[in-house]
Design a protein around this ligand. Structure first.
Ligand code: SF4
Length: 319
């Protein structure tokens, strides 16, 4: 199996290298809007569906081409199914972080976040985009058609625990299908769940690509904007709205060079860099570590705070 795909220009993340952890159609949901067809292995069992070592070998082979790597904005762990079902998830994310300073994003249906081991494996990622399409039992069953091992209350409690623990960026995706999970009582229930999960932002989606079931129909832009109004306290990206893409552009543009230019203006803490450039603290830390590893920046302590500054250029280097 080929586990690497792309790079693709992702709607939300920029130029993304995809890392697919599963053979097709292994999932604990059978969503009506699924783009990969009916799920054939309907399970909550975590195991090594394909060898972790093989996935890592494919990653390393791609990373041998430094020019191709330089063009990437992000490494996206995903699957033709639910990626957290792969028991090698944590090892693969850690490997990506070890060999690259690119941010690592993970797309998940969120159903296994109630497992502490899954939350721990995801903890080193920079961005996690879990889904929650419905917070009412009836709507949850209609849109996601979950396996019995993924009851709604457990899924929501997992998301709440993850939102509490995760220090990177958590963007909650909500996909709405017309007449299925878009009624006022659905949106009110989602509103209450989101208040407990506390994501950094919401990614509001609808049925934009050919769905598994013909009755899965999209909301129009006006309906999406009305749904977004249920979450006034958070930034809401309507993925079908071209006017709602600023955060992706900003994220995409941050590079080590941009961080170095910031440090040249003034010494910065990790949090200063994160705030100035709109990065998660873990992403800022990764970029700063990359600059230190390459000898371009160094640490200086001041009043018990760690500041980063450019490494002074010696007279020999200048000549
Ligand atoms: S969670 Fe994703 S892979 Fe699983 S059925 Fe739903 S859309 Fe398909």
């Amino acid at each position: 199996m080929n586990s690497i795909f792309g790079p693709v220009n992702s709607r939300r993340l920029g130029i993304s290298l995809g890392i697919d952890l599963l053979p097709p159609k292994i999932c604990n949901f059978n969503c009506i809007y699924c783009e990969i067809g009916p799920i054939t292995n309907f399970t909550c069992e975590r195991r090594e569906y394909i060898p972790t070592a093989g996935i890592i070998a494919e990653i390393d082979a791609f990373f041998a081409d430094r020019e191709a790597v330089a063009r990437l904005d992000v490494l996206t762990v995903t699957a033709s199914g639910e990626p957290t079902l792969h028991s090698g998830l944590g090892e693969i994310i850690r490997h990506l972080k070890a060999i690259s300073d690119k941010p690592v994003a993970v797309l998940t249906n969120g159903s296994l976040l109630h497992l502490a081991e899954v939350r721990a494996e995801l903890a080193v990622a920079d961005i996690v985009i879990p889904s929650l399409d419905a917070a009412r039992e009836e709507s949850y069953r209609r849109i996601n058609r979950p396996a019995a091992c993924a009851p709604l209350d457990l899924v929501i409690e997992g998301l709440v625990a993850f939102g509490r623990e995760f220090t990177g960026r958590c963007w909650l995706e909500i996909l709405l299908a017309k007449g299925i999970n878009d009624q006022p009582e659905d949106l009110a229930a989602l509103q209450a769940a989101v208040a407990r999960i506390k994501p950094e932002r919401i990614q509001l989606n609808t049925v934009a690509r050919p769905p598994l079931e013909a009755f899965a129909r999209p909301l129009d832009l006006a309906e999406m904007r009305a749904a977004a109004a249920y979450f006034p306290a958070l930034p809401v990206d309507i993925l079908t709205d071209p006017a709602s893409r600023d955060h992706r552009e900003k994220f995409r543009q941050v590079s080590e060079e941009e961080v170095l230019n910031l440090l040249k203006r003034r010494p910065c803490t990790k949090d200063d860099v994160a705030t100035a450039l709109g990065l998660a603290p873990v992403a800022a830390a990764a970029l700063l570590q990359g600059l230190c590893d390459r000898g371009l920046a160094q640490l200086a302590s001041h009043r018990n705070q760690d500041y980063f500054q450019p490494t002074p250029v010696t007279s020999t280097e200048q000549s």
